[in-house]
Design a protein. Structure first.
Lengths: 341, 341
DNA sequence: TTGTACGCGTTATCAA
DNA sequence: TTGATAACGCGTACAA
């Protein structure tokens, strides 16, 4: 027997499809207890589930939200998703998750797929430097929230949720100077055109300008530990005074620890070490590592919350401006002290 | 202007809806270059996207797969998802991801939602001890793959993908005995009715029977580090000979390291320490920790691959048996040696 | 090579 | 309190 439809229920329960539909949607107001029970029984017996796709045809919302993260194997992304999901699920929204792998091409393809799914809203951790890559979304009047990274030329109508990268790095730069560090080496490994790492570098550079310390950003690209070790060794050997190395992205800390071991550097004696986002394991390494830590789950919840607002307004006003609720949201970065500097 | 439909394209391009439909579906066979180009141009200009929900009405597949993981904040789940996604996306399937939070109630609700979405297939990391919780899925003839855990009474028609938990723990138990350990304390923290942890305990118990060593499983439930520390201390102080403590689930290792610090135990001197699934950070702790490591991404790919087979057969044979491809798949657990035992 | 017309399962409108 | 029926956007059998 094929899947039950609303018509099957109606026939079996000796009512009209209208009544069944009302029942499904909880409009018990105009329904006798008797019919209600009869329909209920039939629905259970035939294991009827209303089909989302058929419902979508008659309604202007799908109750599905699309999410595109840059790298799902990074813990940042999974906690971000958890925050999003925690907020959206109780509100009655399902989530389609996609992984762009830090690739512009995959991202673009995925946006198309999600638009085809008629998602009610979209949360993206973007890869493209220029916002034009996302124009199809706004053209579509689909509510959009950007997270973690900002692309250039982003319309004021689009929301943005990021951590306080610049400020936290500025503060850390000042603190390092206060502790007598004269050189700061922020290491980044950027997979895409844009990332939160660049705002972090800016923060350090500002601190350098204010304190007179040397800030020398280093982009390690796809290079392995051997290359990183060589470059670091060469650079540091030319520097006067105390040097601190900053891992601007969580996974890079793994490599740095190996590199330090290879060079036989220990911290904080030979060199200072600070990292972003270790996801709470590094406190078991030696006496712990000084950290700047984002709260990805909070970021996710903020995204979802803002998106719900946008979608709510879109639903209320119909043809109105779905972007009334938009804003730029910045969440704090925690500083976890440890004797690695 | 409202979203473009196939009819809009047809009108603008001066062709019939049939032609547009053929174009969308790549049936260029019966189409002149001229019309093809004209349609192409119009589609681009109006930014037309076919609506998945309308297509679904006319077809018996949605090209959407549902995935329910037990705890998305556990790295196991995110890598599992990555494996699934990596396999399904190129095959043209979108993925709805849900997080059951190790809760039976949420899981049951989520299954209903996914069935309403008419997913073509389902991958679940199950919470319920008894398979009856999933009967609605098989009643629906929706292809299903269970991963990581097995529920009782699972029909032969349902696939299962798990890591080689029992065997790997048996081998480790034997190895521990060989190294002179006389007591093995596997610690588990189970959030749901079933988990992979129980097969692991079985493996150790089998080893205990063979070697004569004492195996004393301990369930720490929701207790905090203080409780764990007290219980461990009390237990170990009563034991003769060398003792090894096993963290049967990755996150528990965090707690154990703190507990060890609190009790001032060091490994391997005072006690042996082994853990499952640290996700590669623990090698920086002291001289590293002995590990049994699953490959969640490989598990995910195996799930997706099997599901694709099931769905392929379902699609081919129409009313035929979609479960022909079903099997029990077991993947190896890697053993990463380190001087913590 | 292109077009017409119907039906998929549901909800909303209107009528009874 | 209930029911009949027209849409929603698309794919396809059949007609031209």
């Amino acid at each position: 027997m094929a899947k039950a439809t609303i018509a099957d229920i109606a026939r079996e329960a000796n009512v009209s499809v209208t009544t069944v539909s009302r029942f499904i949607n909880g409009n018990y107001g105009k329904m006798s207890e008797a019919t209600k029970n009869r329909v209920q029984e039939t629905v259970d017996r035939l294991q009827y589930h209303p089909r989302a796709s058929a419902q979508k045809m008659r309604q202007d919302h799908t109750h599905v939200v699309g999410v595109i993260v840059a790298d799902i194997s990074n813990v940042f992304s999974s906690l971000l998703f958890k925050g999003i999901y925690t907020e959206l699920q109780p509100a009655g929204y399902d989530v389609m998750l996609m992984n762009s792998n830090n690739s512009l091409g995959e991202e673009s393809d995925e946006i198309g797929r999600l638009l085809s799914q008629e998602v009610d809203g979209l949360i993206i951790q973007p890869n493209a430097r220029d916002f034009s890559a996302y124009a199809s979304i706004t053209d579509n009047r689909t509510p959009l929230v950007m997270v973690d990274r900002r692309s250039e030329g982003q319309p004021a109508t689009v929301s943005s949720v990021t951590a306080d990268n610049r400020e936290s790095c500025l503060r850390l730069g000042l603190e390092l100077a206060r502790r007598g560090y004269e050189n700061i080496l922020p290491l980044s490994r950027t997979g895409s055109q844009i990332s939160a790492q660049s705002s972090r570098v800016e923060g350090f550079q500002e601190a350098g300008e204010r304190t007179g310390s040397l800030v020398m950003p280093m982009e390690v690209g796809d290079h392995g530990q051997e290359w990183i070790g060589k470059e670091l060794d060469r650079t540091v050997s030319h520097l006067k005074g105390k040097t601190a190395i900053i891992s601007l992205i969580g996974p890079l800390l793994f490599d740095l620890l190996d590199v330090f071991k290879g060079l036989d550097w220990s911290f904080p004696e030979d060199i200072g070490l600070v990292s972003f986002d270790d996801w709470s394991w590094s406190r078991y390494v030696g006496d712990g590592i000084y950290l700047l830590q984002q709260d990805p789950q909070a970021l996710g919840q903020a995204c979802a919350h803002n998106l719900l607002e946008q979608m709510g307004i879109a639903a209320e006003t119909g043809e109105g401006d779905p972007y009334g609720a938009s804003r730029q949201i910045t969440l704090p970065v925690a500083c976890i002290e440890a004797p690695s500097i």
